[in-house]
Design a protein around this ligand. Structure first.
Ligand SMILES: [Fe+2]
Ligand SMILES: [Fe+2]
Length: 267
């Protein structure tokens, strides 16, 4: 099974990058990795609407472009409209370690178009330098006891700030899930590997959006804020648009990872 995971999509430039990349019209040599090359495509889209949050139309656009599951993170609630559709959109998930009464779901299981294979996708958030989420390690184990009755193909989007927490999660999940993909920092790390018990891992998959920016926001506005300490509306930058992601190949018999490869495609 081949899976493409696309890192945090930021604003209109990020959405355009996804559409163009999946149509195979990016400028890079990654063109062969278009939509048809993958069994499932997962994308973190917590910043897809103007840099923060998600709208119904954007979810619709990403699913139409070929994305199978949309993951999110701490920015999931930034556009209030999401409350109208998060409960009725099974392909859209938010961190599972929110209190139980919070709308939406923390994991989902999707089937391939021919129903031959099923993929579980889990979204968890870290606790270090983040909101007061419940313990993601315990939460993973409890979700896996449910998912594993249906499929051994499981991808975890671990949305966290601290590399130590992400690496610890990689070891905790090794052999239990197909891949642990870090999101949230918007900076791709060069530590992708398959761990000893067969779980693919990367601390952060990186950002899909404008890279002449400060993690997606306008450089001038962010600098103004750092220099004056006054609040500023950052806005989404526009230039040097790249899609960042990873391609993960899984063993069809076990669901464990065969390989993980970083992608940075200039759009
Ligand atoms: Fe993000
Ligand atoms: Fe985030």
């Amino acid at each position: 099974m081949k899976i493409l995971f696309i890192g945090d999509i930021v604003g209109n430039p990020g959405r355009r990058a996804v559409t163009e990349y999946l149509k195979g019209i990016s400028k890079s040599s990654e063109e062969s990795y278009a939509k048809n090359s993958y069994d499932f495509i997962i994308a973190n889209a917590e910043n897809a609407a103007g840099g923060k949050g998600l709208t119904f139309d954007i979810v619709d656009q990403l699913l139409a472009a070929g994305v199978s599951v949309i993951t999110t993170g701490n920015h999931v609630w930034d556009v209030k409209e999401i409350l109208e559709f998060i409960d009725t959109t099974p392909q859209l998930i938010r961190p599972a370690n929110y209190p139980v009464e919070v709308p939406g779901r923390g994991f989902t299981i999707v089937a391939s178009p021919d129903s031959a294979s099923k993929l579980g996708v889990i979204n968890l958030a870290g606790q270090i330098f983040m909101n007061r989420y419940t313990n993601p390690f315990h939460e993973l184990d409890s979700i896996l006891s449910e998912i594993k009755t249906e499929t051994n193909f499981v991808i975890l989007d671990f949305h966290a700030e601290a590399t130590s927490e992400k690496i610890a999660m990689g070891w905790h999940a090794d052999g239990k899930v197909s891949a642990v993909i870090g999101t949230h920092t918007h900076v791709q790390t060069a530590d992708e590997r398959v761990l000893p018990k067969g779980t693919a891992y990367i601390s952060d998959v990186g950002m899909t959006g404008p890279h002449d920016s400060v993690i997606g926001s306008r450089v001038d506005k962010v600098l103004e804020s750092f220099l004056t300490l006054m609040p500023a509306r950052f806005g989404v930058a526009q230039d040097n648009v790249k899609l960042c992601g990873v391609a993960v190949e899984l063993d069809d018999a076990t669901g464990l990872a065969v390989s993980i490869r970083r992608i940075q495609a200039q759009i």
